[in-house]
Write a protein that binds this ligand. Structure first.
Ligand code: PMP
Length: 397
């Protein structure tokens, strides 16, 4: 039955790792996948997560199935983490959710559910995270773009964005990156979010927030939730997917949540019941360990405080590396304006390198970033920053 199967192309982001592994050049560097590395370039487990692991190991927990919606306590804490403990909508029970297979799984469950309930079109920012388009196309939705980034000026094309949102038909879904936009590192300002909130309300759109970097934009997880909280306060009945991959460093544990704000608790519960009808035939129920780790941390004020500090530490190291990369480019002799590297926020630098330059940098210098010129700043360290800067300068001259 398999003879007509062709080899599928490598995934443009994850596939880079495979290519990198095969390269035996000694000073090769990968700044592709968005995963935090410590100052030595090594994967980093947050000390608060290590402590939670120990608590769990000593707790003698059972390994029974979670429910279809996952760990209820985890979901409650995840929602408080994003919407805020003081959220009126949360207190009124109008926000309900399910545990998700990290951000990706939540996005897919949302897409499937919306398709089942008559949605046809979802709008993504241009550009957006590379996997978004495939997730929603595979869910059966038509994926379109709205203007987001002005590549010529390395800035947010806010006017274009508002213009495009105003032309979306009522009932369309608009996906917004809650903070630290991937890949551009450019977010609307608070005033601009306010304007977006009123424009979206006039258009009667379904607002869907993708919150994958809460804590990575400003270093303060509560501050990074400002746009979400503003929209809920403004009365938007949003839906949101949260990922705990980056902020808690739980990449491989697949921890996330998908939530919805309803007119009342009854309405929100109905939507959650529909999420469960998508989940049950897809993967039945989510894994428990990662959700238990997050629960253990967020239930304990001391561990939560430690987590917040550690998350800030990651964001701070990345910011230091932004400055170092810009300085190194200048020291290497580059006369181009690299100020966007330090203006951008979150995990990535959207360098402005063309696909051709990216491929040249890979072939000549063995520096691997994604084809769109996105550099994961989390992979930049004091040891490799000059090497990366020289490589960029060489191909960008
Ligand atoms: N959304 C965005 C914007 C992302 O950048 C990512 C991760 N790169 C995800 C969702 C999903 O990540 P995960 O499935 O690990 O939560």
């Amino acid at each position: 039955p398999w003879s007509f199967f062709e080899m599928a192309p490598l995934d443009p982001i994850i596939g880079l790792n495979e290519q990198f592994q095969k390269d035996d050049y000694p000073s090769k560097v990968i700044v592709g996948v968005g995963a935090y590395r410590d100052e030595k370039g090594k994967p980093f487990v947050l000390p608060s997560v290590r402590k939670a692991e120990k608590i769990l190991a000593e707790g003698g927990l059972d390994m029974e199935y979670a429910g279809i919606a996952g760990e209820p306590r985890f979901v409650d804490l995840a929602l408080e983490f994003a919407y805020g403990e003081d959220s009126a909508a949360l207190k009124e029970g109008r926000i309900q959710g399910v545990q998700a297979l990290s951000g990706t799984g939540g996005l897919r469950v949302f897409g499937e559910m919306m398709k089942k309930h008559g949605s046809t079109t979802l709008y993504l920012p241009n550009p957006s995270w590379g996997n978004h388009k495939n997730i929603f196309t595979n869910s059966g939705l038509e994926v379109k773009n709205y203007r987001y980034y002005d590549a010529d000026n390395s800035s947010l094309d806010f006017e274009g964005m508002v213009h495009d949102i105003k032309s979306m038909p009522a009932g369309s879904i608009v996906l917004l990156h809650a903070c630290a936009h991937n890949p551009t590192g450019m977010d609307p300002t608070l005033e601009q979010w306010k304007e977006l909130s009123s424009v979206i309300k006039e258009q009667d759109l379904v607002t869907f927030f993708d919150c994958a970097y809460q804590g990575f934009a400003s270093g303060d997880a509560s501050k990074d939730a400002a746009a979400i909280r503003m929209f809920v306060e403004d009365g938007h009945l949003i839906s949101m997917v949260q990922s705990f991959s980056k902020n808690f460093g739980l990449y491989g544990q697949r921890v996330g949540a998908l939530s919805v704000v309803g007119r009342d608790a009854e309405e929100a519960k109905k939507v959650v019941s529909q999420m469960k009808t998508v989940i049950r035939p897809m993967y039945s129920n989510p894994p428990r360990h990662g959700a238990r780790l997050v629960t253990t941390i967020l239930e304990d004020p001391q561990l939560t405080a430690e987590f917040r500090e550690e998350c800030k530490g990651m964001a701070d190291r990345i910011n230091t590396m932004r400055g170092a990369l810009k300085d190194s480019l200048e020291s290497a002799g580059s006369t181009r304006d690299w100020s966007h590297i330090t203006d951008q926020i979150g995990m990535f630098a959207y360098s402005g390198l063309s696909n051709e330059q990216v491929l040249e940098m890979r072939a000549k210098h063995h520096v691997y970033c994604t084809g769109d010129g996105r550099i994961s700043m989390a992979g930049v360290t004091s040891d490799n920053v000059d090497y990366i800067a020289n490589a960029i300068h060489d191909v960008a001259k």
